[in-house]
Design a protein around this ligand. Structure first.
Ligand code: FES
Length: 183
C-alpha cells in the first residue's frame, strides 16, 4: 500500500510580491480601458470644435422682397470629391417684413424634408411647402402642417455682410437642430 507523503509547509514568501504584481496589472488594465473608452469622446469634442464653417453669398439683400419665398441654389464650398451632384444644394429664402429694430429679417430653410430628406417644393399659390416623396406639408414659416415629418423644416444660420445675405454651409440637418435661429 502506497503511503501519502507530507508535502511539508507551503512557503508564502512570494505572496506579497504576487499581490503587488496583480495590483499593478489591475491598475494598468483599468487605465487602458479608460483610455479606450475616453479617447473617442475627447476626439469627438476636439473634432466638433474644429468643424469647418463657410459662408455662402446668396446675393444682395435688396434682391429679396418682403413676403416672398425663393429657392437659391449654390455649390457647397466644403464639398468632397465623392459628393457628386449632392454638392449642388440650395435653401429657401423668405424675407420677413422689417421691424423698427430689425430691418433685415429672413427665414432660411434647408430644402430637405424633415422626414427622410427629399427636396421639398414651394407652392406660392397655396403658401405651402410640399414634399413629393410621402406627402409632407409645411407652412410658409417652415412649421409642419401635415404628413409624416416629425417637425418643421430645418432652419439655417444666416447673416448680412456688406448688404449681402450669407448662409452658413454646409448645413446637414439633424433632429437636434433648433427650430430657427439667426446670427
Ligand atoms: S421625405 Fe418628405 S414626407 Fe417623407
Amino acid at each position: 500500500m502506497e503511503s501519502m507523503t507530507d508535502p511539508g509547509p507551503v512557503s508564502t514568501d512570494d505572496s506579497p510580491r504576487r499581490r503587488r504584481f496583480f495590483r499593478w496589472v489591475t491598475y494598468a488594465l483599468g487605465g487602458l480601458a479608460t483610455a479606450v473608452v475616453g479617447l473617442p469622446f475627447v476626439g469627438y469634442l476636439v473634432g466638433a470644435k474644429r468643424a469647418p464653417k463657410a459662408w455662402v453669398n446668396l446675393g444682395r439683400v435688396d434682391d429679396f422682397s418682403a413676403g416672398e419665398t425663393r429657392l437659391v441654389t449654390f455649390d457647397n464650398p466644403l464639398r468632397q470629391p465623392w459628393d457628386g451632384m449632392a454638392a449642388h444644394t440650395g435653401v429657401y429664402v423668405r424675407r420677413e417684413e422689417p421691424t423698427d429694430g430689425e430691418p433685415d429679417r429672413f427665414l432660411i430653410f434647408a430644402v430637405n424634408c424633415a422626414h427622410l430628406g427629399c427636396p421639398v417644393a414651394w407652392f406660392p399659390q397655396s403658401g405651402l411647402f410640399m414634399c413629393p416623396c410621402h406627402g409632407g406639408v409645411y407652412y410658409a414659416n417652415g412649421e409642419r402642417a401635415s404628413g409624416p415629418p416629425p417637425r418643421g423644416l430645418f432652419a439655417c444660420d444666416w447673416r448680412v455682410r456688406g448688404g449681402r445675405l450669407e448662409v452658413q454651409a454646409p448645413h446637414y440637418p439633424t433632429l437636434q437642430d433648433t427650430e430657427k435661429h439667426s446670427v
